[in-house]
Design a protein around this ligand. Sequence first.
Ligand code: ATP
Length: 357
Amino acid sequence: MTAVSLNAVEKSFGSAKVVKSINLSVNQGEFFSLLGPSGCGKTTTLRMIAGLETPTSGDIMIRGVRMNTVPINRRPTNLIFQKHALFPHLNVFENVAFGLKLKSMKRAVIERKVGEMLEVVSLSGFEKRSVNELSGGQQQRVAIARALVNEPAVLLLDEPLGALDLKLQLRLQRELRRIQRSTGITFIYVTHNQSEALTMSDRLAVMNDGRVEQVGTPAEIYLKSATSFVASFIGRTNLIEGVVEVEADTARMTDGPIIAVLDEVERFQNGERTLLSLRPERIAINPAQKMDNAIDATVAEVEFLGSTILYRMRIADGRLLFVQALADSNPYAEGASVQLGWNRDVAIFIRSTSIAE
Ligand code: ATP
C-alpha cells in the first residue's frame, strides 16, 4: 500500500523553481530517504508533505487522500528537525506525554504509552530527568519518542542526526533503523549524507537541482546508477566516455588510452557514444590473473583511509583514475609503475548518446 505519493509536485519561491515536477511513491512501513546535495530541494519537499509549505502545483497524497489544503495539525504526520525543540522546563516524561495530554487521554493510558515509547528509544528510567541534563543524542531520542508516541502514519525527519558527533550519528542511525522496523511507521528521511542514506533506507530518491534523478534500493542506486550525477554523488567513481566499436561478438569503447571491453554486447551499436561508471574498488592493481581490461598507470597519490587505501593513478594522457584497495602495510609508493585491470561486467552502463547530439 502507498503511504505517500507526490504527483507532478512543483514549488517556486518567487521566480525560482526549487522543486521541479517530482513524482514519488513511498510504501507503507518503508524507510525512505531523500538524498541530495545542499539546496537541491529535499527540505522543501519534506515541508510540503508536512504541510509547512504549499505546492505551487501538483498533488500530495497521504494514504490516498489529497493533502494540499489540509492544515499541518490535521495531517497524519510528525516532523523531526536537526534542532529538536524540546520544552526545556518539562522533564523527559512530560515532554513525551505532551501531545497525548492535548488529546485529553487518561493518565493511565498516557503512562503506558510514554513508558513503551521510552523503552523503544532506550530511555527507560529517565522519566524524571530534566531534558537540560541530557546529552545531545539523548535529547534527540526524546524528540523521536515524542513524535512516535502520537502514532503518526508517517514520520518526517529532516537531517535529525546532523548536529551530533560522528560516533553518536552512527549509533543513532542503527537505533533509528531498529525503531522504524519495530514500530512499522513509514519514515521519510532527508539527508545529504550518502552513507547514511545507503545504510538506513529500504529505498531512496537521489535529488539534484529540484528533480529526482533516480529512485531505488541502496544496492540499485550504487551498483546500477542511472545517471552520471548519481554515480558520482554516491561514493566515488571513474566516468569513462567514448565511442563504441562493435566487431562480430565483441564491443570495445575507446576513451584516450583506455580501451574498455564492454559487457552485454547486444546493448551497443557501432559508432555510438557511451558513458560508463567504473567504481574505484572494482579496479585491481597488478592483478594475478588476466582480466578483460588492462591499462598501465603510475601511482600519483596515496591516501590511507583506515580499512582501505585510495590511490589516484595517472594514465598515459595525464588523467587520474581512482582505485581503492584493501589497506596493506606495504602500499604501492608514489611514482610506482603498475598495471590496472578490471573485468567487463563491473563497469556500470550509464547511457548512450548519439554522435550527432
Ligand atoms: P540543505 O541540505 O542545505 O537543507 P535542501 O536540499 O534541503 O538543502 P531546500 O532547503 O529545500 O534544499 O532549498 C532548496 C532551494 O530553495 C534553495 O535554493 C533555497 O535557498 C530555496 N528556498 C528554500 N526555502 C525558501 C524560502 N522560504 N524562500 C525562498 N527560497 C527558499
